[in-house]
Design a binder for this molecule. Structure first.
Ligand SMILES: NC(=O)c1ccc[n+]([C@@H]2O[C@H](COP(=O)([O-])OP(=O)(O)OC[C@H]3O[C@@H](n4cnc5c(N)ncnc54)[C@H](O)[C@@H]3O)[C@@H](O)[C@H]2O)c1
Length: 356
């Protein structure tokens, strides 16, 4: 049986989920973990029994036994240098979204992965949500006819909004709608041509100047209309609650997906109403994984072992990135932005970053 040495760099919330999933897999020969917070490193070490546990990711890079690396670090500015070093060392990499902070960094990572002949993917998790997989199947089988419109409305608890705001100033389009742009473009199999976006201020403004909510209208090359809303100001509820509503209409049918997780209701005297298993990555529940990040983690490992393309090509992630950057520009200027981004749009983006 083929097995590999695997590492997880950054074992916070998501990296912890990945490490726990890998520790249980028969495909993993030996697990290695890396985390800069010693107390969290010790916690995940106790949970996953890795062969090595280090505070310095360069030890992972330098270890020739390690073939596959999952990078789950924050702040998001750490994604590029760590992914670059791992790819340069010839390791297969799953990197959490976003792929990078700058388009040039994304281009660099893609070029290195292609030059090295290693697999490189971005962890968006949502393509492994059974409801979204069902949408893909329905569209591919022609059940809906030609898709005319897709609408995704996603709202997160402000606890998570606040966690994100404390580390980085990225918009709800970049941090949240990025998941939806990824799977919607995958569902449709076409490219985005034009983006119009608006944002509204509320709770988050005083924390880091971010919008609470952004709604983006994207016209695809074939005229299909996509509307994606992302917000992160729901009152604190089940740690990191996420509620999503999806509407897909076509010439021959419609598919409505309620992914708000209100069907799992836990009510306790101590904590009141909770909706377990309602976070974006999902969670381990004893012998099961309830959600998408577990299957996604194993999918990447199998892609490496079976030499198959992983679900998300990095070029697709780059297209997603360009789209949320267009949304950021549009929300700032009030004008629609065409894709690919023009030099003028890129200059505007540079001005916006400089003003931050
Ligand atoms: N796909 C999804 O459903 C989903 C959901 C939430 C977050 N995310 C993404 O996953 C990533 C991680 O998010 P999170 O909520 O788990 O963050 P987190 O802050 O809980 O964990 C990140 C960890 O990385 C560690 N770290 C930072 N620099 C490091 C370094 N140089 N070496 C080793 N460890 C380092 C931090 O100490 C921290 O423990 C983010 O990029 C986020 O955008 C994805």
């Amino acid at each position: 049986m083929k097995q590999v040495d695997v590492a997880v760099i950054g074992t916070g919330w998501c990296g912890g989920i990945r490490a726990e999933t890998l520790a249980k897999s028969a495909l993993v020969d030996r697990l290695h973990i890396c985390e800069i917070k010693p107390e969290r490193l010790a916690e995940v070490k106790a949970l996953t029994n890795p062969v090595t546990a280090t505070l310095d990711y360069q030890e992972i890079v330098a270890n020739p036994d390690i073939q596959v690396v999952y990078i789950s670090t924050t702040p998001e500015g750490s994604h590029y240098p760590i992914a670059r070093d791992c790819l340069k060392a010839g390791k297969h990499v799953l990197l959490e979204k976003p792929i990078a902070l700058e388009l040039a960094e994304a281009d660099d990572l893609i070029a290195i992965s292609r030059a090295k002949g290693v697999k490189f993917t971005i962890g968006y998790s949502q393509r492994f949500n059974p409801k979204i997989a069902y949408a893909k199947k329905s569209i591919s089988e022609g059940k809906l006819g030609k898709v005319v419109n897709v609408m995704v409305s996603r709202h997160l608890s402000r606890t998570l909004g606040k966690k994100i705001a404390n580390r980085v100033k990225l918009s709800p389009a970049a941090m949240e709608s990025t998941h939806d742009l990824d799977f919607v473009f995958w569902l449709l199999g076409t490219k985005p041509a034009k983006v119009y976006s608006q944002g509204a201020y509320g709770y988050m403004k005083d924390l880091n100047g971010s919008y609470d909510c952004m709604w983006s209208t994207i016209t695809m090359e074939d005229g299909t209309l996509v509307v994606v809303g992302g917000g992160w100001n729901l009152p604190p509820s089940y740690p990191n609650y996420c509620g999503t509503w999806i509407e897909i209409t076509g010439t021959e049918g419609a598919l409505i997906l309620d992914d708000t997780s209100r069907d799992n209701w836990l009510n306790t005297v101590a904590d009141g109403t909770q909706y377990p298993m309602s976070t974006m990555p999902g969670e381990h529940v004893d012998h099961m994984f309830a959600g998408q990040m577990g299957p996604e983690t194993i999918h990447f490992l199998e892609s490496v072992l079976l030499d198959r393309d992983p679900m998300v090509a990095p070029e697709h992630a780059r297209m997603v990135m360009e789209t949320y950057l267009a949304a950021d520009i549009s929300a700032e200027t009030g004008d629609p932005v065409t894709l690919p981004l023009s030099n003028l749009a890129l200059a505007k983006l540079a001005d916006m970053k400089a003003a931050q």
